[in-house]
Design a protein around this ligand. Sequence first.
Ligand SMILES: Nc1ncnc2c1ncn2[C@@H]1O[C@H](COP(=O)(O)OP(=O)(O)O)[C@@H](O)[C@H]1O
Ligand SMILES: O=C(O)C1=C[C@@H](OP(=O)(O)O)[C@@H](O)[C@H](O)C1
Ligand SMILES: [Mg+2]
Length: 196
Amino acid sequence: MTSSSKNTNLHEHAERVKELLGSRVLVLVGLMGAGKSTIGKKIAMLLGLAFKDGDNEIEGVSRMSVPELFESYGEVEFRDLERRVILRLLEAGPMVLATGGGAYMNAETRQSIADHGISLWLDAELDVLMERVSRRQNRPLLKNSDPRGVMSRLIDERYPVYAQADLRFMSREDRKDVIASEVIDLLLEYLEAEKN
Ligand SMILES: Nc1ncnc2c1ncn2[C@@H]1O[C@H](COP(=O)(O)OP(=O)(O)O)[C@@H](O)[C@H]1O
Ligand SMILES: O=C(O)C1=C[C@@H](OP(=O)(O)O)[C@@H](O)[C@H](O)C1
Ligand SMILES: [Mg+2]
C-alpha cells in the first residue's frame, strides 16, 4: 500500500471512529510513561476532537504543578482533586481524555468512565516505560532511589484494574504517529463490533 492510500484509510477510519464514539469520551488509562498524554493528543487531532489531560487540568485549577501538589498537600489530597476533575471532564464529552496513571484506580472514577466513555489501556513493557519516564523528573511517585522497583510494584497492583478497561493496546518503541494510527484501527474494530 502506498503511503498516500494509507493516509486516506487513516482519515476515513478516524472519521468513522468519531461518528461511532458519538458524545462519549475516549479515556486513556495506564502506567506512567505509556504515552497517554502524547498519544492521546495525537489521537484527538486525528479524530478532530478536543483533547484534555487530567494532570494539566488539575494543575490549572490548583495553580500548582503535580509535584508541588504532592509535596504541599500529599497524595491523598491529590487523588481527591484528581477524582473531582476527571468526573467533571467526563460530563463534557466528546473528547479524548488522558488520565494520570493513578486515576483509574478509583472505583467511582472507573464507574463514571464506564458510564460516559470508552476506556483504552495503553500499555508498554517495563523497559520502555522506564526509559520514557527517565526523561523528566515530574513524577513524584518515581522520585526515589528505586524507581524501577516502584514501577514493578505498580504493575502488580494496577494491571488487574487496568484490565477492566474496554480495550488494551500494547505500545512499543515505534513512531508516535504509527502508534496513534494503530489505536484508531483498534477503536474502529471495537466500535463496529459494538453495534452488532
Ligand atoms: N511511541 C513513542 N515513541 C517514543 N517516545 C514516546 C512514545 N510515546 C510516548 N513517548 C514519550 O514518552 C514520554 C512519556 O509519555 P507521556 O505521554 O507523558 O506518558 P504518560 O502520559 O502515559 O505518562 C514522553 O517524553 C513522550 O514523548
Ligand atoms: O501513576 C500515577 O499515580 C501518577 C501518574 C502521573 O501521570 P502520568 O501517568 O500521565 O505520568 C501523575 O498523575 C502523577 O504523577 C501520579
Ligand atoms: Mg500523562
